[in-house]
Design a protein around this ligand. Structure first.
Ligand SMILES: Cc1cc2nc3c(=O)[nH]c(=O)nc-3n(C[C@H](O)[C@H](O)[C@H](O)COP(=O)(O)OP(=O)(O)OC[C@H]3O[C@@H](n4cnc5c(N)ncnc54)[C@H](O)[C@@H]3O)c2cc1C
Length: 401
């Protein structure tokens, strides 16, 4: 069974050579998986507060040089390959999807800083390599899927901008030290009105508040950011004024593959639990797996999981190519729907136990549902896929003599 489901299977075997990643597997196995049901966060007095296992985890991540894996060498990191990072995400999806999202948000913030100017890289990347976490703040009450409706205003005053407004649903709220915040610098609606700023925590007039409790992903602190005349120096503008949305959307393509990887890891965990259960649970004098209907469901779950992983690997191969956005959206769409289907089927196969609030399958299923919203909902992925297909079709038509 372990050989069949081992997350370290054939395509990841090269990673066994890499010390930090090896250590990370040990941390996941010895610390994250056993503490999964107890790891929770809440936001109190501006800060994310965790159950006690968290501090030990952060120390273990630092000791294993995990934060450095995301950062280029010249800024104090040991940047590893995109495949390695993808594998970390799958493993985190298996061990604790909420911690996976903490790392996805952190790594997107790093990607933003990497697109900044030299002094921004010099200032922020070494801090991030040392464990100062980042976050990406786009969503607002009136701007969810439609980021062009962002209303958080940044007005220029002397040698700084003053930020006023709120963001909601922000992962790593109260935990991050560096927030990449998409704001409106023109006062009018539209993609060209949006600019990107790096905001340090603490900053005057900046605070974090709790949102109502989530169903799943309990370890992930997700809160409201409040800006009241928060001064941000001109030097913290990333890229050009009015170029913030395009910059952010560029890094989200990568985030989609990582979310898809978390979905695959989570699906493997759910599958493993349900397969073991179906093998040992006997009804009508037979294990559940002896029913052809149930064995067919298991075959479908397993095939869909591997199909999702195939799309993720295809997307990784397309990094930097014109098909990258199409492939990463496709992977995210398929993987997030796959994990929700696998989770729903698993809950039914568990019978009444799958309906108990604190049952592991129920908790994992709540985590699976959360995957729908991250880095764009399924409908948004479909909009991206069709728009990319449309572009490809017209380009091909133009190229035909
Ligand atoms: C756990 C969690 C963590 C998050 N972390 C972050 C974060 O770190 N940073 C951040 O900025 N945001 C974050 N978000 C917010 C997330 O990005 C948004 O929830 C998501 O973009 C959807 O926006 P919305 O919730 O406002 O839904 P809406 O945009 O209001 O959409 C509601 C529904 O309508 C559909 N829909 C909307 N427009 C269309 C259309 N034109 N055609 C068809 N269907 C449409 C959507 O698919 C969805 O099903 C997080 C959310 C969650 C739940």
């Amino acid at each position: 069974m372990d050989a069949l489901l081992n997350i370290l299977d054939s395509f990841q075997s090269g990673l066994k050579e890499k010390k930090p990643i090896q250590d990370f597997f040990a941390i996941a196995k010895e610390m994250i998986i056993p503490s999964y049901p107890f790891l929770e966060s809440k936001i109190e007095n501006h800060k994310a507060v965790f159950s006690k296992e968290w501090d030990q985890l952060i120390s273990a991540f630092k000791e294993a040089h995990i934060f450095e894996q995301f950062i280029p060498r010249e800024y104090g990191g040991q940047k590893t390959s995109e495949l390695d990072i993808y594998c970390l995400m799958e493993l985190l999806g298996y061990a604790s999807p909420g911690i996976g999202i903490i790392f996805v948000s952190h790594s997107r913030a790093i990607d933003i800083v990497c697109r900044g100017n030299q002094s921004q890289k010099n200032e922020y990347l070494p801090r991030m390599a040392g464990g100062d976490l980042g976050a990406i703040a786009m969503t607002e009450e009136k701007a969810g899927s439609d980021a062009s409706a962002i209303g958080l205003i940044a007005s220029q005053a002397d040698h700084q901008y003053l930020l006023n407004g709120q963001k909601i649903f922000i992962s790593n709220s109260g935990l991050a030290k560096i927030y990449s915040v998409l704001v409106n610098t023109r006062g009018t609606k539209g993609p060209r009105s949006l600019s990107l700023f790096l905001v340090d925590d603490p900053s005057p007039g900046f605070s974090v508040e709790a949102l109502p409790e989530k169903d799943g992903l309990k370890v992930l602190p997700t809160g409201r950011l409040i800006f009241k005349n928060t001064p941000v120096p001109l030097k913290n503008l990333v890229g050009e004024e009015g170029g913030g949305l395009f910059l952010t959307l560029g890094v989200i393509d990568q985030g989609r593959i990582h979310i898809a990887g978390i979905c695959c890891g989570l699906a493997y965990r759910i599958f493993r639990e349900i397969y073991q259960y179906a093998l040992q649970r006997r009804q009508f004098d037979h294990p559940l797996t002896s029913s052809q209907d149930i064995s067919f469901q298991i075959a479908e779950m397993y095939s869909k999981m591997n199909a999702a992983r195939g799309l993720c690997l295809q997307a990784l191969q397309h990094i930097g190519s014109p098909q990258y956005r199409l492939c990463s959206s496709q992977a995210k769409l398929f993987a997030s729907q796959m994990v929700m289907e696998v989770a729903a089927q698993a809950q039914i196969l568990m019978g009444g136990r799958g309906y108990l609030r604190n049952d592991l399958i129920n908790q994992l299923a709540a985590d699976a549902r959360g995957m729908e919203y991250l880095e764009g909902t399924s409908n948004i992925q479909k909009m991206i896929i069709t728009s990319e297909l449309f572009k490809m079709y017209h380009k091909e038509k133009e190229e035909v003599p």
